[in-house]
Design a protein around this ligand. Structure first.
Ligand SMILES: *Cc1c(COP(=O)(O)O)cnc(C)c1O
Length: 558
């Protein structure tokens, strides 16, 4: 007889995500969404949560970024070889795309934790001889191609994913839709469950990730009819996914009974966008061990054995001496500065105040805000030397994002005799890890309220790097002025015109740099180290995916 307990343990949480970033070797991620998914999978493995991941194999990645000397972004395919790391299973299913049968098979990679926990991740692939040449390309490029290509990918992910789990014989307790890309899985579940919306809702958990309407996938019903066909009657589909176009977020909201945004502020924007839906907040986190550099890992191992599976222990950071914290930081900083000097011949110094900014180059992230007033930036530098390190890719079709990169590289040229500035090409997980542990201050200047959460600042905090950012996304929850970091611009409950917001942001940006940050860094090492420790003890101990997964487990999965 089977013990009831064993039954529960056998049931799986199926975590669906268009991108899952587990390692720099797998080019299956683009940015924050994928890294969050990978970190969630890793924490689930550590915590022995019975989760399985489903994503696409994206054999040529998103793209590899080359930057010309005048700052132009050139994109190259970014291939990787799944067979070097994972195993192609013989399990296969077919999905209907444009009235053709398309074969889908999974590559299996198992994330293994030191704790003995393990999470299998299935990377879906359509590149097989049985498929027609066009269909073989569906899982080639992450976020490549046009709307039609995207819809095909979402059919493979959502519908193919459910079928693969069935074919593998897995007993799925909940389907977690990480962003609306996988919403079509709910249509497959409707068919499996006698078209019972109630039953499907009980099976699905949905996390939304963007606070702007344009960020949600929407497909015309014409396209849906051509590519997907009519798996459920269109009148039903339109009730669930919108009358005008098929909105994947709406579809997910209507077919799940637990919804959450990725920060408290984002919960409010999401509720405003989708009135009438209960949307909760589970603020993002990062996988602590992955994003802590070697010198800090050693320090935490010494003071807090077991911290990697219990990052709450970092709350006791005040037990570590200032010298040890500073020493660990110097090691991380040396790795980064050596790297920058090697690849860019930048001539940067170990002892200079170093600011880092790395994120997707796109309008609302405002990579260029720091250069709004060059004279004031020079004044800051006269107070105490600063050096600036940037990185980030622009989406190939985002012209204003590409322009931003050109501008920063232009400023670096113009200012080269005064301030050392570099823009590092091809931002990826390895580079991110170096940056968030090697700078002194992590800068973030999004146009609020467009940053859903943001996670790189959490990575920085794990390495004692101090955040200086606009109060948006997670930072509203992590910030205590002068204690865990510094704010740029108005508080989240203050609402001004766009111009007034910007005026206040620039005022804080330059004034705090000149009068607080630079003087403290150069003259008050004790105060500075105190804030480094607060980043660890008041931010990292909480903003990690162990907390995120524990909350999903208790609130959404059980
Ligand atoms: C963490 C990370 C991101 C997301 O950082 P944000 O602060 O959310 O923009 C993007 N890309 C890479 C490579 C990362 O490691």
């Amino acid at each position: 007889m089977v013990e009831p307990e064993t039954c529960l343990a056998r049931q799986k949480i199926a975590y669906f995500s268009m991108e899952i970033g587990l390692s720099n070797n797998f080019h299956t991620y683009n940015g924050g969404l994928g890294i969050l998914a990978g970190d969630t999978v890793k924490s689930s493995a550590d915590l022995k949560v019975p989760l399985v991941g489903i994503t696409l194999v994206s054999k040529k990645g998103h793209f590899k970024q080359e930057l010309t000397s005048d700052g132009k972004q050139v994109e190259h395919p970014d291939p990787w070889e799944p067979s070097e790391y994972m195993q192609l299973l013989s399990t296969e299913v077919t999905v209907q795309i444009q009235k053709r049968d398309v074969t889908v098979k999974p590559w299996l990679y198992t994330v293994k934790s030191q704790t003995g926990g393990a999470v299998p991740v299935y990377f879906l692939d359509t590149d097989f001889e049985t498929n027609n040449p066009e269909d073989r390309e569906i899982t080639t490029f992450l976020y490549g191609g046009d709307e039609r290509y995207r819809l095909k990918q979402e059919i493979v992910l959502g519908i193919g994913g459910v079928k693969i789990l069935d074919a593998l014989g897995l007993d799925v307790r909940k389907y977690h839709l990480n962003e609306g890309h996988s919403s079509l899985l709910a249509l497959e579940l409707l068919q499996k469950n006698g078209m019972s919306i109630e039953k499907v809702r009980k099976l699905c958990v949905f996390t939304t990730h963007t606070p702007i309407d344009a960020g949600h996938d929407k497909f015309s019903y014409d396209l849906v009819r051509q590519v997907l066909g009519e798996p459920i009657p269109f009148d039903v589909l339109k009730k669930l996914g919108g009358q005008e176009r098929l909105n994947m977020t709406l579809l997910a909201l209507n077919l799940s009974n637990y919804h959450n945004g990725v920060a408290k502020r984002h919960q409010y924007s999401s509720k405003a966008m989708f009135p009438g839906y209960e949307i909760r907040a589970i603020t993002n986190g990062v996988h602590s061990y992955t994003w802590t550099c070697e010198s800090f890992r050693n320090l935490y191992n010494k003071y807090f054995p077991g911290w990697a599976n219990e990052p709450d222990l970092l709350v006791r950071v005040d037990g570590i001496s200032d010298e040890d914290v500073w020493g660990a930081h110097e090691e991380g900083k040396k790795v980064l500065i050596d790297y920058v000097n090697k690849v860019k011949n930048a001539g940067m110094n170990y002892d200079d105040l170093t600011l880092g900014f790395a994120r997707r180059a796109t309008g609302y992230k405002r990579t260029d805000l720091l250069f709004s007033d060059i004279e004031k930036l020079k004044k800051v530098n006269n107070k105490g030397r600063i050096q600036l390190i940037f990185s980030g890719k622009a989406h190939p079709r985002d012209d204003s994002g590409r322009k931003l990169i050109e501008q920063i590289i232009g400023y670096a040229q113009d200012l080269k005799n005064e301030i050392k500035i570099v823009y590092l090409s091809n931002y990826d997980m390895d580079l991110a890890a170096k940056l968030v542990s090697g700078v002194d201050v992590w800068l973030n200047t999004p146009l609020r309220p467009l940053e859903a959460s943001g996670t790189s600042g959490m990575k920085a905090a794990h390495n004692g790097v101090i955040n200086f950012g606009v109060l948006d996304g997670w930072w509203i929850e992590g910030w205590i002025e002068g204690i865990t970091g510094w704010a740029i611009g108005p508080q989240s409950n203050e609402s001004f015109s766009v111009e007034e917001d910007r005026r206040r942001e620039l005022e804080d940006l330059y004034n705090k740099l000149e009068n607080i940050i630079v003087p403290m860094f150069y003259n008050s090492r004790g105060e500075w180290t105190k804030m480094m420790k607060n980043s660890i003890g008041k931010i990292a101990y909480y903003f990690n995916t162990h907390r995120v997964v524990q909350r999903y487990a208790t609130e959404a999965y059980l």
